[in-house]
Design a protein around this ligand. Sequence first.
Ligand code: ADP
Ligand code: MG
Length: 614
Amino acid sequence: MTIHILPEIVAAQIAAGEVVERPASVVKELVENAIDASADHIRIEVEEGGQRLIRVSDNGQGIPSADVATAFLRHATSKIQTLADLDHLHTLGFRGEALHSIASVSRLTLITRHRDEQAGTRMVIAGGKTQDQRPVGAPAGTVVTVEDLFFNTPARLKFLKSATTERRQITTLVTNFALAYPAIQFSLSHDGREVFRTYGGGKLADVLPLVLGAEVFRHMLEVAPLPVSRPDLPEIQVSGFVSAPDHHHANRTQITLFVNGRLIRDAALAYAVTQAYHTLLPQGRYPIAVLMITLPPDEVDVNVHPTKAEVRFRSPDAVFAAVQRAVRSTVINQAPPPEVRPHSDVQWRSTAWSARRDLAAVQADSGESIRQSPLGLEIDSPGSHGQHMTSAQPDVSGGTSDDEEAFLAGIPEGIGRPSQPRTLPMLRVLGQVGAAYIVAEGPAGLYLIDQHAAHERILYEQFLAEAVARRSIAQQTLDSVTVELPLRDIALIEENLEQLASLGFELEPFGATTLRVRAIPAMLARTDPAQAVQLVLADLEAGAPPGQRKLEEIIALRVCKAAAVKAGQVLSFTEMQAIIRQLERSQSPHTCPHGRPTMIHISAEQLARQFGRT
Ligand code: ADP
Ligand code: MG
């Protein structure tokens, strides 16, 4: 093939790929233009996740009729003239690419009237070709309608996600704009239904509850402005809200950062926020934060990436320090003192045992076999022994207590039924040690069973068997329980309703930040419904890692972990028997679903050897 210059439309379609990746990118560019046009009213209408239609209407200054055609040319912008202008940039756009790109991969209609002009202009462009341009009567402002996105680039069309996924992306995007611009009234509707609206009151505190839900917002602390630490450092201001240490999230996805009104992704700054909670959050938990970082425009380079999602700071360390300092001082000064929970006898006991338990766990984790070091498990000196043994005699009183019944209800039937093949020899329960291990005897010696790991294994097999067979999962139905959740979580749940239903969750979005919980898996019956929902949210957010376990399995794992008896829980004899009976018929009784061992077996020979009998 000879070398030739690509036709302009082809070049435009290729370039469009950088700016317009999906419907949400179109919404982003159009809303940014509306903000740059000083609108205080922005309406976003979306149909079929944006693939059918995206319409953004604003009451901004509008485009002079003489400029309308120019606005669609590549690199046409009214926002900068020279590269140096980037150093005092006060607009979100400056590359002059968006309208050009969007128009080349969709059917676009723009109606605009500049504030100072009498007549407006209507312009229609399809696949980069102007179809029509004429004067029209219109209110001041601009309405851009984008239809049939990617209709002429089938390859891109193929890669679009489902309408629900795109819907969620757009919802998240618009809520983020609303957080960054509380003085602007936003309204977002999907397929004719309004899902989000703000009132333009100007305060982040007014918008945040609409996005996070009132319940989460209750746990948020306002970041107080700090004086600039040193005159030689750039003036960096940090404001916003961060969660009190008693409220946290399973991952970093709820750390939202804006730099000069622009949503950014910045792993280092997210880390600065997390760092500020050092020692205040449980291991593996993360804060929720919405932070506005303001600094002089020449301190930040936004021209790193076509979508401007990443920025470069001139003094990254100063920004890091400012964020960390602001969050830390907020958390330290304002957080309520931690709740003091009464220490129950059981907790005390489990603490007394924790050292030994750790030892056993380390040994188990290292895969070291009992044969090599049976003494690693050595029970303590005879004198103190009884103190840690929970007496567990067969229940002679007949009947079971209420608590016990509730617990037994939590152990699903089916696993451990005689119809399942036996995978362990029949074991006889002897008692419980350290409120964490069940001691049992079998034909081949002594068994120490980790009650939590074993129960987790039982529940997991039951749960997956039901989910895979698409049989109806045992459910606990609830009467009119509603849970307050952030808007984006509601969207996430909406997107996965079917999958969640197959796992026993019957959920129904009910208002922008409210979810009605109609049923949860029966094994979570004793869990607070709000907590049960939280449980799956983190996994939905993370999504299924490619090539690994299915999302369903990941959620099943999490549900089972929550439902399983914990170490530290004193079990009755009946309860222990129930666990052992069912473990005996599990498919893989030797490991918990996370791969830790459920039991340690000390054979009769090992015992004999240890006592010098052989
Ligand atoms: P950029 O935003 O980078 O300048 P765009 O392609 O997004 O490039 O827009 C081109 C120009 O069209 C803008 O510079 C602006 O002058 C004008 N424009 C686009 N959208 C609007 C709008 N909603 N209101 C007023 N002017 C607009
Ligand atoms: Mg723009």
